[in-house]
Design a protein. Structure first.
Length: 146
């Protein structure tokens, strides 16, 4: 039983779904390599940056995980046309908010990370996260997500 008429999968759902999955897998790769301590991946970071990553409190790590894995799940659910994509993207946005609060409001971020490029990248993460939630909500309203 559905809440309204369902429609076929529009072409742009594939484009948004695949591009968002690629973008979010980049974040998942970064998270995973950082958390498992992959030496090759972490070699590009300075000692103060590595110390900062290691100093994240549990709640900031939970936020980071929610942001990353919520967005990956949302992208997959979007491609599957499942209505839970909305919840996954909302959870991801909560994770982004927690992580941003820690990075820019609580933590003493190393100067080498607190750059204009870092701020622009953080803004891009927010824009993509909000955009994906909005898109999933629009697809649900159009009956594309079931």
């Amino acid at each position: 039983m559905t809440n309204g008429p369902t429609t076929g999968r529009p072409w742009h759902l594939w484009v948004v779904g695949v591009l968002s999955l690629l973008w979010n897998c980049g974040g998942a790769f970064d998270y995973t390599m950082t958390k498992v301590g992959n030496a090759d991946y972490l070699a590009s970071f300075t000692p103060d940056q590595l110390a900062w990553f290691d100093s994240f409190p549990v709640w900031a790590n939970i936020g980071w995980a929610l942001g990353v894995w919520g967005s990956v799940a949302g992208s997959i659910l979007l491609l599957l046309r499942h209505r839970w994509a909305i919840g996954a993207f909302a959870l991801s946005l909560i994770g982004v908010a927690i992580t941003t609060l820690y990075q820019f409001g609580v933590a003493d971020m190393p100067e080498s990370l607190n750059t204009s490029a870092g701020i622009v990248f953080s803004a891009a993460i927010w824009i993509v996260a909000i955009g994906l939630l909005w898109y999933a909500m629009r697809m649900r309203a159009r009956g594309v997500l079931r």
